[in-house]
Design a protein. Structure first.
Length: 196
C-alpha cells in the first residue's frame, strides 16, 4: 500500500496555478471500483489534480447533465458558443462552474496544469474568455470533486478506486457512455501494480 501512495503522489506532483507547458503531467484518472457505492461517485471516472496545499480536486468526466449555462450565468455572458453538455463535476459547490480546457499558452488567470496544454479552472476570467472564443476547445462542469489532504489516500487504502494516467483523448471524449466500464477493464488488465 505504501507503494500505491508513493505512486499516486508522484502522478499528482503539485503544480502552481500558472504552470508552464514543460511541467510534467499533474493529472490522474480515478476510476470507481464496482464496490464503491457512494451515490456521488458510483461508476464514475474522475480527473483529479493535486493542489499546492496537498488537497485533491477534480471533475467527474462521465456524467453529462441537461443543465443549461443560463442557470449559472447572467445574460451578459456570451453562452451561445458553448454547444456541449454541462457535466456534473462533483458534489462540492454544485452552482460553481469549472472548465477543463486546452490552451497553447498558460492562462492569465489561475488554473491547474493537468497535461501539456490542458488546464482546469474555476476562475471566471478564464471561463468568460473561453465563452467568448468560438474556436476554444473546452468542457464545462457544474461543481467539482474535492478531498482534503490524505482523505483520498485513505479511500484508496479502503480499496475504493483504481487509478490510471490521464490522457487528452479520454478526458475530452465526446461520448462518455461506456467509459467507466472500459476503464475498469483496462485497470483490471493492468493489475494491482498500476491500479491498486
Amino acid at each position: 500500500m505504501r507503494a500505491l501512495v508513493l505512486a499516486l503522489a508522484w502522478l499528482l506532483a503539485p503544480a502552481c496555478a500558472h504552470a508552464q507547458q514543460h511541467l510534467p503531467a499533474n493529472g490522474v484518472l480515478l476510476v470507481a471500483k464496482p464496490s464503491l457505492t457512494d451515490p456521488n461517485f458510483s461508476q464514475t471516472v474522475v480527473l483529479v489534480t493535486q493542489t499546492e496545499d496537498g488537497g485533491t480536486v477534480g471533475v467527474i468526466i462521465n456524467r453529462p447533465t441537461t443543465l443549461k449555462l443560463s442557470q449559472f450565468l447572467s445574460e451578459e455572458f456570451p453562452t451561445g458558443n458553448y454547444r456541449e453538455p454541462i457535466f456534473f463535476g462533483g458534489p462540492v459547490m454544485r452552482q460553481t462552474l469549472v472548465s477543463l480546457f486546452r490552451s497553447e499558452a498558460p492562462p492569465a488567470a489561475p488554473a491547474f496544469h493537468i497535461l501539456k496544454g490542458v488546464y482546469l479552472t474555476m476562475h471566471s476570467d478564464n471561463i468568460e474568455g473561453l465563452l467568448k472564443d468560438a474556436t476554444a476547445r473546452y468542457r464545462i462542469y457544474a461543481g467539482f470533486s474535492g478531498w482534503i489532504p490524505r482523505q483520498l489516500e485513505s479511500e484508496m487504502m479502503r480499496d475504493g478506486w483504481y487509478f490510471l494516467p490521464a490522457d487528452e483523448a479520454t478526458i475530452f471524449r465526446e461520448k462518455t457512455d461506456g467509459l467507466w466500464d472500459e476503464l475498469v477493464e483496462r485497470a483490471r488488465r493492468l493489475g494491482p501494480r498500476v491500479s491498486r
